[in-house]
Each structure stands twice: as structure tokens, then as C-alpha cells.
Design a protein around this ligand. Structure first.
Ligand SMILES: *[C@@H]1O[C@H](CO)[C@@H](O)[C@H](O)[C@H]1NC(C)=O
Ligand SMILES: *[C@@H]1O[C@H](CO)[C@@H](O)[C@H](O)[C@H]1NC(C)=O
Ligand SMILES: *[C@@H]1O[C@H](CO)[C@@H](O)[C@H](O)[C@H]1NC(C)=O
Ligand SMILES: *[C@@H]1O[C@H](CO)[C@@H](O)[C@H](O)[C@H]1NC(C)=O
Ligand SMILES: *[C@@H]1O[C@H](CO)[C@@H](O)[C@H](O)[C@H]1NC(C)=O
Length: 516
């Protein structure tokens, strides 16, 4: 999930940009197919195994948590971290659809018309609500008015997906009533107020795909004009000092002025999906959104030139550093590992092999973060600053090329997501094998009680304990990408020639592209 927040934990030393090793790419990149010679399962069998995991997760959720937001699989209880509108159900819809799980599709479709989006006791995040709820309903509407129409038992429930999207957007839209038009993120529906005078790059820049799709489906152009206004400040960043390299910008934005408040960022949580959506809007509608594509190219070129970093202990790995001004921070995250897939997508749609090759190098780096740990699952935060190796990790750093700054695994998708793009672009079955190995590791390590849970430590066999929380994006993203990389071709799969009929939002909900 192009996703959020803070996450650059701990006091991190700053290194001058010149510290980064030269940005040559490893010359791997067009490795021949290394299909295994053993009797590992066929792609169809793998796809079926992922469906089985989806059904186990859904059954646990439906029995112990529905219609609350998420399942606590250890204690067979639930919580409502997303305003108690049934986040797991709405997030599961598009995955149940692509997997053809008709019974689950209709359980969700029967429920969505009953949600009252105008009521909640807790603070509403404009960003989270947009990517999960609006994204899930819009994707369901696109599929059920298109290639998967046969899966709905009741046409009125399909129409309700659009009606509920409109109702939700109309409730949220007061967030954009600020002096600049840059929205507030944290909303109190009961008294129509908002918290905070600043918003973030990802939370502002990850709305445009969902709201524009809704404008196109509903005919209400206001949904597009308010997000385009907000986006305009991100495309023309002020002050100039907030753009340390062309296209790469700061993180915090003053909602009164629309100006950036800092020059720190990267492809990490808090910034990530702003860059992701620049190229995805071009996929969605290349005629309306070519200005966003131009900004993506600037950011991509600056990233290759200035943020590329090779760990001292394993110089053939490629990571992307974060930055404070022009000073690099040799740290990254599971969240940031969507970057390889995003470069590959950009390379495909722009017909530029250099972006694909760079994306494949990033995909290799994130693969290392999985295969080097005791569980075969990658950590939440990792670093490769040789002057900041945590106690006891020197040997690990020498062998792995990185050290672990936060060893949680929160059922995140980004590494498998990027392998999905790598497989679709190259056809190289090694990426299917990687995704299968990761699926097996996740399926065995995180399974507990009635479902699957976040774990404490990816570098301890067994995962070091469960946090008793099954994220809604487990349904939307991890299981969808794990399935699609093994699944037969379909019109919603990423196409090899860069001419896509569908585009995935940051929560992995596929939308039909404009005019297709
Ligand atoms: C269009 O959307 C805006 C923003 O939510 C809303 O205020 C307006 O009432 C909508 N117009 C119609 C005709 O529904
Ligand atoms: C609005 O509601 C929120 C949440 O209950 C509260 O924190 C805030 O103080 C209220 N604001 C006003 C202006 O009443
Ligand atoms: C945002 O800008 C306004 C107007 O210049 C200023 O009063 C306010 O303090 C700024 N807010 C932040 C968080 O910097
Ligand atoms: C890096 O080099 C090592 C040998 O030093 C090799 O085993 C490994 O496959 C290489 N990794 C990549 C990503 O090229
Ligand atoms: C996935 O985990 C479930 C629950 O433990 C188990 O029943 C299933 O066999 C596992 N699938 C594979 C392919 O190992």
C-alpha cells in the first residue's frame, strides 16, 4: 500500500549525499528464466492455495469480527480502527471478485448498502477512507458493471456501490474547504471540524485517482476539480527550497498557504504514493494527466541520479535512500518497496527500458530483505549506514547488506506487489517463484487462531509473537498480488505492452481506465 506515515523511526545520522557509492546498476537484469527443476506446484495450484488462504481469513473475519473493521485472530475478537464501517469487508471485495469467490462477493454486496458513512465516533482520515472505502467500492462497481457482472446476484447492490461512494464523498468533501484548497486529513464528522494546520505529501497526493474516477462515473465534476486543485500545489512546489532535486519534494504542507514546510522525503511512508499516483494518473488518462507524467519523470530521473545507494557490505545491491534536503539517509522500509514496481510500470507505459531495468534492480534489493531473514519475510524498516549498525547486527549486515531497524511484519504487500509488476513486464517465472516462497513463509508464520496476524520479529523463527491484528489490506493487497502473479491472463492484469485497461489504486483496488 502506498501508505503512510512517520516510520523513519529513531535518531538517524545524516550522511552527505557524496557518501553514496557510485550509482552504477548491477548488470543482472535480464536473467534467463530459472524455472525450478523440482516438482513445485503449478501456477494454477499456487493460485488455488492463495484462494484457500483468502477463504480462511474471510471465514475468521466473518465469524468473529464482521461487520467491524478487522479481526483479532488470536483472541477471536475485533476492532474498529477505520471508523467502524467494515473496512475488511470493503477492502476484500475486489480481491473476492478477481478470485471469482461468488459467495463472499455477495456477502459483501449485501452489506455495503447498509453502511451509514455519515456516522462515526472516531476521527476520519481522508486518505485512509479514500484508498480503502472509496477505492474498494469504485473498483467493485467497475468490475460488476464490466467483466465480472455475472458474480453479482442483485443488481441493486451493484448500483448501491456508486450511490454509497457518492454519499461518502459528499460527506468527506468539506475537508477541501481550506484557504488553499489543500485538504485537511483528520476530520470530525459530528461537528464538521478538522485537526491540524498541516497535511502530508502522501495524504494529499493519494486522492486524485479515486476522486477523478468517481467524477467520471457519477458525472459530478466537482470531485475532480477539488482534488486537481490540491494536487496543483504538489506539482508546483513552493518555496523552491522544498524541492532539493527536480521532482523530489518535501513532506509537510501548510493547508492555509499550500506551501511546503520542509525538504525531507523519499519513496518512504508519508511520501510514497504521491509519486506512485503521478504515473498511475497518466495510465488512467494520458491526455488529461500528462503534466503528472512529466513530474514523475523528473522524480524518477532525480532518484536514479541522486538517491541510488549500494550498501558497503554488498555493493551489488541497489536501494533508494531517503533525504533531508540534499543529505541522504541510508534507510528504507517495506512500504518503500513498491518503488521497483512503480519504476517498472513507468518504464512500460513510457517505453523506456532504463526505468524497467532500474525497477528490476530495486526489486532484487527488496527480495534480499526477504531471503536474508530467519522467517523469509522482510522487515518493516531496514538500514545500511555502516556507521550506524545496531548492536549485535554487524555480522548480519556483512552477510545481508542491510540491518534491521524494526523487525515487525504487518501483513504488508509492497515487496510482492513489485514482483507482480516485474513478472508482468518480463514474463520471467523467477518472480512467480519468489512470490510463492514469500507466500509460503507468510502463510505459515503469520497464521494463528482464526486468521493471520502481524508478527513482532521477522528475524526470529516463528515470528517472535503475534500482535493479534489482521489488517484490512491483507485482503485487499497481499492476497490479491500473491494471487494475480500466479493467475491466468485477464483484462485487469497489468499488460506487457504498457497499454493497460485497468490501473490499481494504492490499496490494490483496480479501476477501469478512462475511455477503455
Ligand atoms: C457534487 O459534489 C459536491 C462535492 O461533494 C457536492 O457538494 C455537490 O452537491 C454534488 N453535486 C450534485 C449534483 O450531487
Ligand atoms: C469537534 O469534535 C472533536 C471530536 O469530538 C473535538 O475534539 C473538537 O474539539 C470539536 N471541535 C469543535 C470546534 O467543537
Ligand atoms: C501556515 O501559514 C499560515 C499563514 O502564513 C501561518 O499563519 C501558519 O502558522 C502556518 N502553519 C504552519 C503549521 O506552519
Ligand atoms: C551479488 O553478488 C553475490 C556474490 O558476491 C551473488 O551471489 C549475488 O547473486 C549478487 N546479487 C545480485 C542482486 O546481483
Ligand atoms: C496455508 O495455511 C493454512 C492454515 O495454516 C494451511 O491450512 C494451508 O495448508 C497452508 N497452505 C500452504 C500451501 O501451505
Amino acid at each position: 500500500m502506498g501508505r503512510l506515515r512517520n516510520v523513519l523511526v529513531g535518531a538517524l545520522p545524516l550522511l552527505p549525499a557524496t557518501f553514496a557509492l557510485p550509482s552504477t546498476l548491477p548488470n543482472n537484469l535480464r536473467a534467463p528464466n530459472n524455472r525450478r527443476q523440482d516438482d513445485s506446484p503449478s501456477a494454477d495450484e499456487r493460485a488455488q492455495a492463495v484462494i484457500n488462504t483468502f477463504r480462511i481469513s474471510w471465514d475468521g473475519y466473518y465469524k468473529y469480527a464482521f461487520p467491524h473493521d478487522e479481526l483479532h485472530p488470536v483472541s477471536n475478537s475485533f476492532s474498529d480502527s477505520r471508523n467502524a464501517w467494515g473496512a475488511s469487508a470493503v477492502d476484500a471485495l475486489s480481491t473476492a471478485l478477481v478470485m471469482g469467490q461468488k459467495d463472499i462477493v455477495n456477502q459483501i454486496l449485501d452489506y455495503i448498502p447498509k453502511i451509514d458513512y455519515s456516522k462515526t465516533d472516531t476521527t476520519v482520515s481522508l486518505f485512509e477512507t479514500t484508498i480503502r472505502y472509496l477505492g474498494g467500492m469504485i473498483s467493485g462497481y467497475d468490475f460488476l458493471n464490466g467483466p465480472l457482472a455475472d458474480l453479482a446476484e442483485n443488481k441493486a447492490n451493484v448500483d448501491a456501490l456508486l450511490k454509497q461512494s457518492i454519499a461518502l464523498a459528499n460527506t468527506l468533501s468539506y475537508a477541501f474547504e481550506t484557504p488553499s484548497g489543500v485538504p485537511y486529513n483528520n476530520l470530525h464528522f459530528a461537528n464538521r471540524t478538522s485537526d491540524g494546520s498541516a497535511n502530508g505529501l502522501a495524504t494529499v497526493g493519494t486522492l486524485i485517482l479515486e476522486w477523478v474516477r468517481l467524477a467520471d462515473l457519477s458525472g459530478n465534476k466537482t470531485y475532480a476539480s477539488i482534488v486537481e486543485k490540491a494536487e496543483s500545489y504538489l506539482l508546483d512546489p513552493k518555496p523552491a527550497s522544498s524541492e532539493p532535486w527536480p521532482g523530489l519534494v518535501g513532506t509537510d504542507i501548510n493547508v492555509t498557504t499550500g506551501e511546503f514546510l520542509d525538504a525531507s522525503g523519499g519513496w518512504v511512508g508519508g511520501d510514497d504514493s504521491f509519486y506512485e499516483y503521478l504515473i498511475k494518473m497518466f495510465v488512467y488518462d494520458s491526455s488529461r494527466y500528462s503534466a503528472l507524467k512529466d513530474r514523475w519523470i523528473l522524480a524518477a530521473d532525480s532518484t536514479i541520479e541522486h538517491l541510488t545507494s549500494h550498501p558497503q557490505s554488498r555493493p551489488n545491491l541497489t536501494f533508494v535512500a531517503a533525504y533531508e534536503g540534499q543529505t541522504l539517509r541510508l534507510i528504507s522500509q517495506h512500504l518503500a518497496c513498491f518503488d521497483g514496481g512503480n519504476f517498472i510500470l513507468g518504464g512500460q507505459v513510457l517505453g523506456k527500458q532504463a526505468y524497467i531495468d532500474y525497477g528490476l534492480a530495486l526489486v532484487d534489493g527488496c527480495h534480499e530483505t526477504y531471503i536474508q531473514t530467519a522467517t523469509g519475510i522482510g522487515p518493516e524498516v531496514f538500514g545500511w549506514d555502516p556507521n550506524n549498525i545496531p548492536n549485535g547486527q554487524t555480522e548480519f549486515f556483512q552477510k545481508a547488506g542491510f540491518y534491521i531497524s524494526n523487525g515487525n511484519y504487518q501483513l504488508r504487500p509492497e515487496v510482492i506487489e513489485s514482483w507482480y509488476y516485474a513478472f508482468r513486464a518480463t514474463g520471467d517465472t523467477k518472480y512467480q517463484d519468489w512470490a510463492w516462497d514469500a507466500y509460503l513463509a507468510i502463510n505459515s508464520t503469520t497464521h494463528v487462531g482464526s486468521g493471520y496476524s502481524s508478527i513482532e520479529d521477522v528475524n526470529v523463527k516463528g515470528g517472535g509473537g503475534f500482535n493479534d491484528f489482521q489488517e484490512s489490506f491483507w485482503f485487499a493487497e497481499v492476497l490479491k498480488y500473491s494471487y494475480l502473479i500466479q493467475a491466468p491472463d485477464a483484462e485487469w492484469q497489468i499488460s506487457k505492452d504498457g497499454k493497460n485497461k485497468w490501473v490499481f489504486n494504492t490499496e490494490a483496488h483496480p479501476f477501469k481506465v478512462a475511455g477503455s
